[in-house]
Design a protein around this ligand. Structure first.
Ligand code: HCC
Length: 221
């Protein structure tokens, strides 16, 4: 089986290495794509964060039957492609790194707003999700992100969301919080690469990199 090692990606001063290994589980993930997330402030586009989406190697076998052979533009235009990444039966590790300093409260408020809006729009927001959101808010309560600091979201296919915090871009060995809620775990990635994505740049990166990775039918880890 031919294998390939994906390229790393740089967003501003932040490096997203091609491969990341969890010190806790020894699991290795490859970089699907990375991109900036900005906001328009007084008519100017300000880049606040950079988001990298890492995938477990099984992602390739899972996505290939349906998506292999599709050019980047078709992947980019097809919401079902991103849905299959969001809800596919493989683990994802999302790294949200700060380009500008942000308090944990300020950052998490924006993420939670988007996640709650998404869950409400698809009808998955209930009591369990409200409790999960509360736990999510708690995890960020005392966090301050300097430029370069990161939050990692581990989204397991079984509906577990693991949160960890790092002062740089390296994956910590210990998770600060573990939230068991499938709707919320998927909403985090949905708000980043789904229909109303906060980072079109990240979607472009995924769509431009995946064709070569799917062609190879294997990742060299
Ligand atoms: C999401 C996921 C990530 C972000 C988001 C929504 C994000 C936030 C950046 O907004 C941000 C920028 C400026 C602020 C607060 C947060 O990366 O004042 O679903």
């Amino acid at each position: 089986m031919a294998t390939i090692t994906p390229d790393p990606v740089q967003v501003e001063f932040l490096q997203f290495p091609a491969l990341v290994t969890s010190p806790a589980s020894a699991k290795t993930y490859f970089l699907g794509g990375a991109g900036e997330r900005g906001l328009m402030i007084e008519g100017k586009f300000i880049k606040f964060t950079a988001i990298g989406v890492y995938l477990e190697d099984q992602a390739i076998q899972s996505l290939a039957p349906k998506w292999k052979g599709n050019p980047s533009q078709q992947l980019l235009d097809n919401l079902h492609f991103f849905r299959d990444i969001i809800s596919g039966p493989f683990e994802k590790l999302i790294r949200g790194s700060k380009i500008l300093p942000l308090s944990g409260r300020e950052y998490s408020r924006k993420v939670m707003e988007n996640c709650v809006a998404h869950m409400k729009s698809v009808g998955t927001y209930g009591e369990a999700e409200a409790a999960a959101i509360e736990k999510f808010a708690q995890a960020f309560q005392n966090v301050n992100f300097a430029a370069g600091a990161s939050v990692f979201y581990r989204q397991s296919p079984h509906g577990i969301l693991g949160l960890s915090f790092s002062e740089d871009g390296t994956l910590p060995g210990k998770e600060g919080a573990v939230i068991e809620n499938k709707a919320l775990s998927e909403a985090v990635l949905e708000t980043m690469i789904g229909e109303h994505a906060v980072s079109p740049d990240l979607k472009r990166s995924l769509a431009s990199r995946l064709p070569a990775l799917l062609d190879q039918q294997g990742i060299k880890i």
